[in-house]
Design a protein around this ligand. Sequence first.
Ligand code: PGA
Length: 222
Amino acid sequence: MKKIFIIANWKSNKTSADVKDWFDKISEYKVPTSTDSEKEIIICSPFTLLSGTSAFIKENHLNFKVGAQDFSSFDSGAHTGEEPPELIREFADYAIIGHSERRKDLSENDEILAQKVVSANKYGLTPIFCVQGSDTPIPPGVTIAAYEPIFAIGTGQPDTPEDAEMVAHKIKEKYGIPFVLYGGSVNGEDVKSFTDMPSVDGVLVGGASLDADKFMEIIKNS
Ligand code: PGA
């Protein structure tokens, strides 16, 4: 049975009250546990909710992990307003790096992203490195990549599973990365068509992860 990653990317959404509601709903379902499933479920919440997300996971005895959506390229120290990986690590095991929204809106370039991969690994955060196609450079130190074509993000128009397979296969061949995910308008109906592909090891979910019922459907159907 292959390991499947189901990753929620909440982006800049949710208050702590929303997160409580989300976990209240999730805990009503029978969520796969480590003994009956090969699914790794990761919730990437905003910085303000990392601690709360981690607490709700413990409180509800869920076998979920926490991820950050980014972190500072500075180490800890005199950097007002920055969130260094050393501090993030207290609450999270994973961190998304290189999402196309950050590349575009915050001008994060290949050099910055390569540096972030180094510092994530230094502090024990596993990078989830987003690429927009098989030509996007991937620095050394990445074990999980996510193919997220820009046209598919938040549009309701996912790429085809065949394209996702082709890109994931190329990335694995080129970089020897063990896990490659697909992201872009994934929902409960189409998730299996992606996770059934031999080179696709899971999904990165934005919009549909905000709703606990929709996210649970994705977990179940994957
Ligand atoms: P989407 O976002 O599922 O809303 O398309 C995916 C992402 O940006 O990670």
